[in-house]
Design a protein around this ligand. Structure first.
Ligand code: CTP
Length: 393
């Protein structure tokens, strides 16, 4: 399975600068992003900015690249899973409504057969002009999606309709169009992610190498599949996931306190957090303060997964994770039984590309009836496959 490919066409408008953060955000989420610009767009943002953010060439001239002739518009048009034009000026809307293809952007757009999204941004009077409105109607009649402009102060000094929607709104719309299979519509999903930190004293703590990436990818994938998602996350460096209820915690105890009261209303619970198994006892905290490290006594943290397993209600799906260093399948099977889970997603920590602090993962899903090896995938792809395997009817 390859990454989803999004082509973003940027036309000339002051709000082109907002597309920089959109490209950056999509790229961080492991999408392949290509930016095409009209000549006038380059007056507002330099192609170098988009090249750096997307990691891909920004092709402006369809006939010559590095002195060579190519047909990149056809290659890109075939590759695209979604074509977005944002900001879409009155001029570009008029062109695409009438099949005009006179530059790299419009030619690729005409050649693309994927879903298309137009995000208009312009002066209110230009937008409200019946010519533009007719052109937008024509675009709709060809099956293109239009994301309505916002109302507010415009860069030209007027106030009214015509503002480019915020990058996160555009991103949400992009996700809606990319993921049409809403197999978790109406489901409430709770996910735990990241490490917990167990304070030894005000300065030191016990923790582990978890980055939270797998849990965050699961939250995004569940949201994309239509679920109402709550993500309970230990300390990490990742940005909050838009469209997800975020709950930030530090210790295993806080994670437990955040998760247990929510169990009743959840349909699915996925515990991908690497919870510290031990924490210092209170008395040890005092001792260590004076003794700098000596006399550290530990006690077990509450096993959140096992507690949820004990109270599991009918129809509720409980998915645990397991980090194993040997006998992966056998150990995971034991965990499945012991913690009363429906699935255990097992990682072999000894394998390259699996586990902490890498962007790929190689997991095996263990259920009561079988085991399924998903192979080496990106964490985003692993997340989608886990959800499909465990939750899609
Ligand atoms: N887990 C939890 N609460 C804890 C410890 C672990 O909810 N206090 C959850 C993890 O989120 C994960 C699963 O239990 O979903 C398995 O964690 P793992 O550390 O692999 O298993 P342990 O039961 O701790 O067994 P061991 O470390 O001995 O392999």
């Amino acid at each position: 399975m390859s990454k989803k490919c999004i082509v973003i066409g940027v036309s000339g408008g002051i709000s082109a600068y907002k597309i920089c953060s959109l490209v950056s955000s999509l790229k961080k989420q492991d999408y392949e992003v290509h930016v095409l610009m009209t000549k006038s767009a380059t007056q507002f943002v330099g192609p170098m900015t988009f090249e750096t953010l997307s990691g891909e060439d920004v092709i402006l001239d369809m006939f010559e690249i590095n002195g060579k002739t190519h047909v990149p518009h056809i290659t890109l048009a075939k590759k695209a899973d979604l074509f977005v034009i944002a900001p879409a000026s009155a001029d570009i809307i008029a062109k695409v409504a009438h099949g005009i293809a006179d530059d790299m952007l419009t030619t690729t757009f005409l050649a693309a057969t994927c879903p298309k999204l137009i995000v208009p941004a312009m002066n209110t009077h230009m937008l409200e002009n019946p010519i533009t409105q007719d052109n937008l109607e024509k675009c709709r009649s060809y099956g293109m999606e239009i994301l309505e402009s916002g109302v507010g102060y415009l860069a030209c000094g007027d106030s009214g309709k015509g503002r480019l929607p915020e990058p996160n709104e555009i991103e949400d719309k992009i996700k809606d169009l990319l993921y049409t299979d809403k197999f978790l519509e109406g489901k409430k999903v709770l996910i735990t992610a990241g490490p917990t930190q167990e304070a030894i004293d005000p300065v030191r703590y016990i923790s582990n190498h978890s980055t939270g990436k797998m849990g965050y990818a699961l939250a995004r994938a569940a949201r994309n599949a239509g679920a109402e998602v709550t993500l309970v996350a230990g300390k990490n460096h990742l940005a909050d996931v838009p469209g997800v209820n975020m709950v930030h915690v530090v210790s295993a105890e806080e994670m437990k306190d955040a998760v247990l009261p929510l169990q009743k209303k959840m349909d699915v619970m996925i515990l991908s957090a690497a919870v510290a198994d031990f924490r210092p006892k209170t008395i040890a905290r005092e001792k260590i303060h004076k003794n700098s490290g000596l006399g550290l006594e530990l006690e077990r943290t509450t096993d959140i997964l096992a507690t949820l397993g004990e109270k599991k209600k009918k129809g509720q799906v409980l998915i645990g994770f397991a980090m194993e260093t040997e006998n992966m399948v056998a150990s995971a099977q034991k965990k499945l039984e012991k913690k009363n889970c429906d699935f255990i997603v097992a990682n072999d920590l000894r394998e390259e590309g699996a586990g902490f602090a890498v962007d790929t993962n190689h997991v095996t899903i263990i259920s009561k009836k079988e085991e399924r090896d998903l192979g080496l995938l990106s964490k985003e792809e692993t997340a989608e496959e886990i959800l499909k395997y465990c939750l899609k009817g």
